[in-house]
Design a protein around this ligand. Structure first.
Ligand code: HXC
Length: 258
């Protein structure tokens, strides 16, 4: 029987996934990534869930891909199996908002996993880094692409070339994380934030996420056109009617996700 490397819980309309391989600082092996992929897809398909939180332990969100498992691979092993295709891309395909709640180490694939989430909430204990160069490799799950988009070229290049870590305060200043929270409050705060999002119209939240992500995939002109078309599409939803009627009637909206 395989071990339970991802704990799956719900908190109201929030799906909570806890990486659970504590002895290896949540090093991301194939089993863990497969379990994470399956759990993410199940929450994405579940109409009772409006937002997903991925977290780790106090000591580590994840200290990277499993080095012990990787050390003897050949070029053909990784090329033929498209290793990083194996559930490393699943998170990117999740349509509902996903928050990373990071305490402790988020290194290598752990930092890349956090950056694949829609935003990162960091405990004051969080440490981010892409230390792959110290192992004789480069980041392989988007680190060289997402880190510069998040923190700019200078800081990303320095981190990728030296492997140094960034603490939570620096990560906030640089724009890698949306907020820093005292470690003991991290999970409560992340669930609270996710609950706010889960209270919105799910289809409209998906439209908002798609539109913000478009900013990183297109020219400004194309992005603005995409946003405008999606804005128009909001008026085809019942939730737009409900949201605006509720404002005018000075009451709370009740979204039906339609
Ligand atoms: C496998 C790991 C691991 C990893 C830690 N462990 N990180 N095992 N893969 N990435 C294991 C250790 O071997 C050790 O196991 C246990 O976790 C505790 O780690 P320690 O090193 O004893 O803890 P500490 O001294 O506190 O140091 C913490 C640390 C260090 C600074 C985070 O563990 C570290 O540098 N880890 C590697 C970080 C890294 O290089 N990540 C990038 C990986 S490459 P035992 O059995 O000895 O107790 C990558 C490529 C992504 O991610 C490509 C995407 C597909």
């Amino acid at each position: 029987m395989s071990e339970n490397f991802v704990l799956v819980e719900t908190r109201g309309r929030v799906g909570l996934l806890t990486l659970n391989r504590p002895k290896a600082l949540n090093a991301l092996n194939d089993q863990l990534m497969d379990q994470l992929g399956a759990a993410l897809q199940a929450f994405d398909a579940n109409d009772d869930i409006g937002c997903i939180v991925i977290t780790g332990s106090e000591k580590a969100f994840a200290a990277g891909a499993d080095i012990g498992a990787m050390k003897d691979w050949s070029y053909m092993d990784v090329y033929r199996t498209e290793y990083i295709g194996r559930n490393w891309e699943t998170l990117r395909t999740i349509r509902k908002p996903v928050i990373a709640a990071v305490a402790g180490y988020a290194l290598g694939g752990g930092c890349e996993l956090a950056m694949m989430c829609d935003f990162i909430l960091a405990a004051d204990s969080a440490k981010f880094g892409q230390p792959e160069i110290k192992l004789g490799v480069i980041p392989g799950a988007g680190g060289t692409q997402r880190l510069p988009r998040a923190v700019g070229k200078a800081k990303a290049m320095e981190m990728v070339l030296t492997g140094r870590m960034m603490d939570a305060a620096e990560a906030e200043r640089a724009g890698l994380v949306s907020r820093v929270i005292p470690a003991e409050r991290l999970l409560d705060d992340a669930i609270e934030t996710a609950t706010v999002i889960a209270g919105m119209s799910i289809p409209v939240a998906i439209m908002a996420k798609e539109s913000v992500n478009r900013a990183f995939e297109s020219s400004l002109h194309e992005g603005i056109l995409f946003e405008r078309r999606v804005f128009h599409a909001c008026f085809a939803t019942e939730d737009q009617k409900e949201g605006m009627a509720a404002f005018v009637e000075k009451r709370k909206p009740v979204f039906k996700n339609k």
